[in-house]
Write a protein that binds this ligand. Structure first.
Ligand SMILES: Nc1ncnc2c1ncn2[C@@H]1O[C@H](COP(=O)(O)OP(=O)(O)OP(=O)(O)O)[C@@H](O)[C@H]1O
Ligand SMILES: Cc1cn([C@H]2C[C@H](O)[C@@H](COP(=O)(O)O)O2)c(=O)[nH]c1=O
Length: 221
């Protein structure tokens, strides 16, 4: 059975970039790894509806915190069987965003902290009711929100298909989301977390998370 590893962080933190670098490091060592990004755009109708809502379509859908969270959760529910299959065939399944994204953004939108009702609701919905696989380790890419916002803005200039959505344009939401992520990681929500900074060495992190059980809340630089 493979190891389920998740990368989390605010928009523009560099999760996708870090995920690619981790995969390269593992593949150099002949470790069988598969990477999946959530939301699964172009594969899941729920993911596509969520993206469209964040760009102003579908009436007041984006205004409903719970409707948005349900769309993201349904995407994962539909993916659960495939993730289990991938885990049975690979050493590592690496996820770019997972259930903690829903917990952090939903709580942040409702101005709650990680010990509030929203996080408990997401946990009950996704893990207990939908039965999505529980991660073995969750990595929080904890970069300053200002840096993440700069990166998201630069990416928008360089790539017109990556126009920032309503969450990405909301600096206050990003700050609150970052705070909830910090609380989830400190509490080792659902499974052990590692906190890494913007200057994390992907090769070292790849070796660390594959070879060692993570220390609770440990900061890797
Ligand atoms: N370590 C880094 N140094 C410099 N630039 C970086 C680094 N990591 C990512 N970037 C740049 O920052 C931008 C955002 O990175 P990336 O797409 O990996 O973030 P993300 O966290 O996956 O974003 P989102 O959640 O919004 O999809 C990209 O333009 C990327 O090239
Ligand atoms: C998976 C997931 C995502 N979100 C939020 C996080 C982002 O602001 C948007 C879209 O994700 P992307 O990484 O920018 O493509 O949606 C969320 O609230 N809940 C989730 O489960």
């Amino acid at each position: 059975m493979g190891t389920l590893i998740v990368i989390e962080g605010v928009d523009g933190a560099g999760k996708n970039t870090l995920a690619r670098r981790l995969v390269s490091a593992w593949e150099r060592d002949d470790i069988e790894v598969v990477r999946v990004g959530f939301p699964r755009y172009d594969q899941s109708v729920h993911a596509d509806l969520a993206a469209e809502a964040l760009r102003g379509e579908h009436g007041d859908t984006a205004g409903s915190v719970h409707a948005m969270a349900l769309l993201f959760a349904l995407d994962r529910r539909d993916a659960a069987r495939d993730i289990r299959k991938m885990l049975s065939r690979n050493d590592i399944v690496l996820l770019d965003r997972y259930v903690a994204s829903n917990a952090a953004y939903t709580a942040a939108r409702l101005e709650q902290s990680a010990d509030g009702e929203a996080v408990e609701w997401i946990k009950a919905l996704e893990f207990d009711r939908f039965g999505v696989p529980v991660p073995d380790v969750q990595i929080l890419l904890d970069v300053p929100v200002e840096l993440a916002a700069e990166r998201a803005a630069s990416r928008e200039v360089a790539d017109t298909s990556r126009i920032r959505d309503v969450y990405e344009r909301d600096g206050s939401l990003q700050s609150r989301t970052s705070a909830v992520y910090g609380q989830l990681a400190s509490a080792n929500w659902v499974s052990p977390w590692r906190i890494v900074q913007a200057d994390v060495d992907p090769d070292r992190l790849a070796a660390d998370v594959f070879n060692q059980p993570p220390d609770a809340g440990k900061v890797t630089t």
